[in-house]
Design a binder for this molecule. Structure first.
Ligand code: PLP
Length: 447
């Protein structure tokens, strides 16, 4: 049984991220107590398949002894070392080097953060520094994509296009601009890949002209938009946008916080289109969620420009926990797991997941199925012919989430009727099939 006192303590003291505090107080917390592989157990002893890998992060699955050992070993030897004052620790240096070896192109320089939001935030600061160092301080405007999510730090939230991250805050984001998403299912230009790519290029071009061609510092994309509802761009979109930015001397930033570390198949989604961004952000799968860590990858020319610009002056950007040795030790161990079968299993399981979710297209509630690898979504509609969306409200989403939970499945139920899937890459075929079967059961009960 759930402990009532724990629910009361939570209600009284714990502020939850991205939540209506009042609804949360009404519904109370669900407490997880343990987990193994792709299965989580709640405080009542109920076991569920985690179809969302926590928050798209536990890519390796739960309860890996080798990860726990790596963290424990590092904690015993050296639980903390600052990377300030010219100091460092072996795991952080080794992890930076291993990551640079595997990153696309010349993304050879790694700056460690605590997660994704501060990785994105760091890029904004680095990019401003870069343009100042190039003697172009007027390049201070940033462009990102509608329905994009880039975290909720004070600056980085400006790049996030989801309304809840702006409404009520009143923070000034006049340096921030958006172009429409490539979202194929509801795109005014239709769902032809070529038309979508051309529409995005045209939108970016006119946005740059409207802002002023010499004012734009950078363009941010997610290789697949995650929190916007798992929106997969057509093949060629990422490359076309990257090339366009190169031609216009605008820095191209790929936010791989969700897509990185095998979520879509390879280690980085950018490599699927041989795209080399100027900067790349990662987190989540970097440590498989076992401990917090994010990383900014910088191409040679960005690093060199910033370094030369500063000369002997310190670049005032850093956190106490940058390059944390315990997180780095975990990152090194997780990287080994990826390369010793986890990525391959993710590719196999991802194919099965996509096939399984495709089989739900016959369901009266399912309007769209989309995804790549172990990152997927189904979009529920009231009427399939007219693609009428479910009422945009948290309540239907909560009901579906609750039903799925009863059926032994954790999914992400977005308020717009999209169900998100990002299971651990270690899932077996049986677990993938159970995710699909339990989804169908949940949809039948929702009808
Ligand atoms: N960027 C993207 C693409 C994300 O999906 C997220 C989180 O989901 C973030 C940034 C923010 O990362 P974090 O929640 O670790 O701060």
């Amino acid at each position: 049984m759930y402990s009532n006192s724990l629910i009361e303590l939570d209600r009284a003291h714990l502020i939850h991220p991205v939540a209506s505090y009042r609804s949360h107080e009404k519904h109370g917390v669900r407490v997880l107590t343990s987990a193994k592989g792709a299965t989580v157990t709640d405080a009542s002893g109920k076991q569920l398949i985690d179809g969302f890998a926590g928050l798209w992060c536990v890519n390796a699955g739960y309860g890996h002894d080798s990860i726990v050992e790596a963290a424990a070993r590092q904690m015993r030897e050296l639980p903390y070392a600052t990377a300030y004052f010219g100091l460092g620790s072996e795991p952080a240096i080794r992890l930076a080097s291993e990551l640079a070896d595997r990153a696309p192109g010349d993304l050879n320089h790694v700056y460690f953060t605590l997660g994704g939001s501060d990785a994105v935030d760091s890029t904004v600061r680095f990019i401003r520094y870069y343009w100042n160092a190039r003697g172009r301080p007027e390049r201070d405007q940033f462009i990102s994509v509608e329905q994009g999510y880039h975290g909720s730090s004070t600056v980085g939230a400006g790049l996030t296009a989801l309304p809840a991250f702006h409404a009520g805050f009143g923070l000034p984001f006049d340096w921030q601009h958006k172009i429409p998403s490539h979202y194929a299912y509801r795109n005014p230009v239709g769902d032809s890949p070529q038309a979508i790519i051309e529409a995005s290029l045209t939108a970016l071009k006119s946005k740059i002209e409207a802002i002023g061609p010499d004012r734009v510092a950078a363009f941010y994309v997610e290789p697949i938009q995650g929190s916007g509802g798992v929106l997969v761009p057509p093949k060629g979109w990422l490359r076309a946008m990257r090339e366009f930015c190169r031609e216009h001397d605008i820095l191209f930033v790929a936010d791989e916080v969700i897509t990185g570390f095998g979520r879509t198949g390879p280690l980085f989604a950018c490599s699927e289109e041989e795209v080399v961004p100027d900067l790349m952000t990662t987190a989540k799968g970097l440590t498989s969620g076992y401990v917090p860590m994010g990383a900014v990858f910088m191409a040679d020319h960005v690093y060199e420009t910033i370094a030369d610009g500063a000369g002997a002056t310190a670049i005032g950007h850093g956190f106490t926990y940058s390059a944390h040795p315990v997180s780095a030790a975990v990152g090194l161990e997780v990287l080994k797991l990826y390369e010793n079968g986890l990525l391959d299993n993710g590719v196999k399981a991802g194919k099965r997941l996509m096939q399984g979710l495709e089989s739900l297209r016959d369901h009266p509630l399912v309007g769209d199925v989309r995804g790549r690898g172990m990152l997927a979504a189904i979009e529920l509609v009231v009427d399939k012919v007219n693609r009428t969306p479910l009422p945009a409200s948290a309540e239907p989403a909560r009901r579906i989430f609750d039903r799925a939970w009863e059926n032994g499945l954790v999914i992400r139920a977005f308020a717009n009727g999209v169900l998100g899937y990002a299971p651990p890459l270690c899932c077996t075929e049986t677990e993938i099939d159970a995710i699909v079967d339990r989804t169908r059961l949940t949809l039948d009960e929702t009808l």
